[in-house]
Design a protein around this ligand. Structure first.
Ligand SMILES: Cc1ncc(COP(=O)(O)O)c(C=O)c1O
Length: 357
């Protein structure tokens, strides 16, 4: 039995009775279904074929055991956003040359760590960062491969729930300034420009919308290549494949997305500046989020001013995004799917009223 299932009032994850697991391992805990994660990597690989390289975005879950599982399942590498994630990537066995570093606000110490470790690519997010990478690489007597993260002029991802591209953004270099940045990179001695990176948002559940974004990113890459008079060797579409958090959320159609994306890329590669293009995607949550549970135990029940409360041993700090975005599914492991009972408010152990919902 794979995935999350409810049978006779009990919740199962990959065949494991969740309430029994809570007794065995203790709570609060994260419980992940390894077989489902491996199968998920296989599905992504199969749907994207050989034309698109897949890098696990470690921020989605940096636990070493999970990263190892995903690496062994056959991704091409890892995307990191901090020194801590670089450590997680290396400890999980990712070859440094397969590690990509993205994110605004990389400190000099983090860049030094990455350059010293000889990671595959640093995706710079500003002209200043480009100069800093060059200076640090010079101190190390090396040439660092860099990508330029582009903040596109056109924002095609209107429905993305979490936006990281289009309009004024802390992410990337504005498209209108990218040709200058490429020229600057070509004048610097210790960086080698190897391609473009972009990422418009996360939690996109509509495959057509995501395809539109990828198409726009390819057009943008062709435009930039022509304007800068360079071959664009690689284009990284970022992450963004959404996962349903609520029962009525649609499921992202991965098969359709993969099939159409491969067609779109094949067509785009007929453009002169994209002829030798490598394409990449760096999915995060789609590889892990649906295959795990945050399990917490009710340790007290009380009444206050006419309302009932169940007090949990796990708090909002351990399931931050779903709870703050009010976008999560919840089940009672030993009474799963059973209707009725008294409605309760939930409260975690943190001494803040934010930990109550
Ligand atoms: C640069 C970059 N790549 C990949 C991801 C992963 O995105 P997702 O979890 O939506 O696939 C993110 C998410 O914030 C990101 O910022």
């Amino acid at each position: 039995m794979s995935g999350i299932a409810t049978i006779n009032g009990r919740l199962y994850l990959d065949g494991e009775d969740v309430a029994h697991a809570a007794d065995r391992f203790g709570t609060p805990m994260y419980l992940y279904a390894g077989d489902s994660i491996v199968a998920g990597v296989g599905e992504i690989r199969e749907s994207l074929g050989d034309l698109v390289e897949v890098y696990y975005s470690i921020k989605a879950n940096p636990a070493i055991g999970l990263c190892k599982l995903i690496r062994d399942a056959g991704v091409d590498g890892a995307e990191i956003a901090s020194s801590g994630e670089l450590v997680a990537a290396l400890r999980s066995g990712f070859d440094p040359s397969t590690v990509l570093f993205a994110g605004p606000g990389k400190t000099d110490d983090e860049l030094t760590h990455a350059i010293h470790t000889k990671i595959g690519q640093i995706n710079v997010e500003s002209q200043n960062e480009l100069n800093r990478v060059d200076a640090i690489a010079a101190k190390h007597g090396t040439v660092q491969r860099i990508g330029i993260r582009v903040n596109p002029e056109s924002d095609s991802l209107g429905q993305g729930k979490i936006r990281t591209g289009g309009g004024a953004q802390k992410f990337g270099i504005d498209e209108s300034k990218v040709v200058n940045a490429i020229k600057l990179a070509s004048e610097l001695e210790h960086v080698e420009f190897v391609g473009l990176h972009t990422m418009l948002g996360s939690q996109v559940l509509n495959a057509e919308l995501m395809l539109e974004t990828c198409k726009n990113a390819l057009c943008m890459a062709a435009r930039i290549g022509e304007a800068a008079n360079v071959q664009i060797k690689s284009l990284n579409f970022g992450g963004g494949l959404g996962v349903p958090h609520k029962d009525d959320d649609p499921v992202f159609d991965l098969k359709h997305f993969g099939k159409r994306l491969v067609e779109i890329i094949s067509f785009a590669k007929q453009t002169q500046s994209l002829a030798g293009l490598r394409c990449m995607i760096e999915p995060g949550r789609v590889l892990v989020s649906e295959h795990g549970l945050y399990v917490s135990r009710v340790i007290d029940v009380k009444e206050s001013v006419g309302k009932s409360f169940a007090i949990l041993d796990g708090g909002i700090h351990q399931a931050l995004l779903p709870i703050t975005a009010n976008s999560y599914r919840m089940s009672i492991a030993n009474r799963a799917g059973i209707q009725g009972g008294t409605p309760v408010l939930l409260g975690g152990p943190l001494c803040t009223s934010a930990d109550q919902w």
